[in-house]
Design a protein around this ligand. Structure first.
Ligand code: NAP
Length: 307
């Protein structure tokens, strides 16, 4: 990139939502840049098996889907730049984004920076991260072959990742704070029927203990207050996500670190600034809904720019 790159449409974050926006913007003849700091695909790139994205009755793996979306966006003229957006401001009608590789001036911006796993905040979690504490079953499952692992949470991520971990681990124990799971019914049925997966209901993790690696977990039953200590080789924490909206600090500070509100056209309170996917308040956080939001933003942006 040159020092100041000018574009019509800047998409920050190359997950499914951002790449769908890029496909639509490219086809609308808008000069389109997609900024990505790490890995095209976002969280999808860490998902081995996507079974509910229409068009793939036999599932598709995340990295392949992400590569196909990128190729499709490039085919219609979008340009991908590997750099990190560091600040976002608006000067008159133009947005200015300072990146790790120069400055970009854009007429419209789409924030599609996704989300990161949320920490539980218990003692031992940070100290033993990477030494038995993990937030990605798809990435780390092979390290736990024939080991005893625990999964914290009862949502889609916990159930899906628990099923993946059960392919490697000797046992997977899901610890859930209620007596009913939150995740999709199809995953619930698979988890409850799996011979290697057990569930500890109504319980929370209060401490992760171990010297150089995870050794035991302290659990507490929220109904009876009974405490127990369980031997464990690993603990996978899936207690929700936090949106990556720190870039809004200068432009919409009330949403910095929070889900951002948009209209039905995905535009935020700042004209020309759109937000799609996991960063958006009310998003269902599915690949299928993310691409719909991205497409909507691009079409609304085309309308905004032509008026
Ligand atoms: P989620 O749906 O918010 O579930 C988080 C889970 O963690 C819930 O079961 C929650 O318990 C539990 N939890 C939260 N805070 C806790 C705490 N302090 N201590 C103990 N447990 C705690 O998050 P997610 O599973 O990461 O999913 C995020 C979004 O992505 C959802 O919209 C989900 O549908 C979507 N997603 C979809 C798929 C798919 O294949 N369709 C896959 C992954 C994610 P409660 O149930 O009691 O609240």
């Amino acid at each position: 990139m040159t020092d100041v790159t000018k574009t019509d449409f800047l998409i920050i974050g190359a997950g499914p939502a951002g790449m769908a926006a890029a496909i639509y913007a490219g086809r609308a003849d808008l000069k389109t840049l997609v900024l990505e700091k790490m890995m095209v695909g976002g969280q999808v790139a860490n998902t081995m098996d996507i079974a509910n994205y229409p068009g793939f009755p036999d599932s598709i793996d995340g990295p392949t889907l992400a590569d196909k979306m990128k190729a499709q966006a490039e085919k219609f003229g979008a340009e991908f730049v590997m750099a990190e957006a560091q600040s976002l401001t608006k000067d008159g009608s133009l947005f200015r984004v300072v990146t790790s590789d120069g400055e970009i001036e854009a007429r419209c911006v789409v924030l599609s920076t996704g989300s990161d796993p949320r920490e539980l905040g218990v003692p031992g979690e940070r100290e033993l991260r990477g030494r038995g504490v993990s937030y990605c079953g798809t990435c780390d499952a092979p390290f736990f072959r024939n080991k005893k692992v625990f999964v914290i949470g009862g949502g889609d991520t916990a159930l899906k990742e628990g099923l993946h971990l059960a392919k490697f681990a000797s046992s997977v124990t899901i610890v859930h704070r209620r007596d009913e799971l939150r995740g999709e019914k199809i995953y619930q049925h698979q988890v409850l029927a799996h011979e290697k997966i057990g569930i500890i209901w109504d319980s929370v993790l209060t401490e992760i203990r171990g010297d150089k690696k995870v050794e035991t977990l302290a659990l507490e039953n929220v109904k009876t207050d009974a405490k127990s200590e369980q031997a464990a080789d690993g603990v996978f924490i899936f207690v929700g996500t936090k949106p990556n909206t720190q870039l809004l600090q200068d432009i919409l500070p009330e949403y910095c670190g929070e889900h951002v509100k948009t209209g039905e056209d995905m535009m935020t309170a700042v004209p020309g600034l759109f937000a799609v996917g996991d960063v958006r308040e009310g998003s269902y956080r599915q690949v299928a809904t993310a691409v719909g939001e991205g497409a909507t933003a691009a079409m609304a942006a085309e309308h905004y720019l032509s008026h």
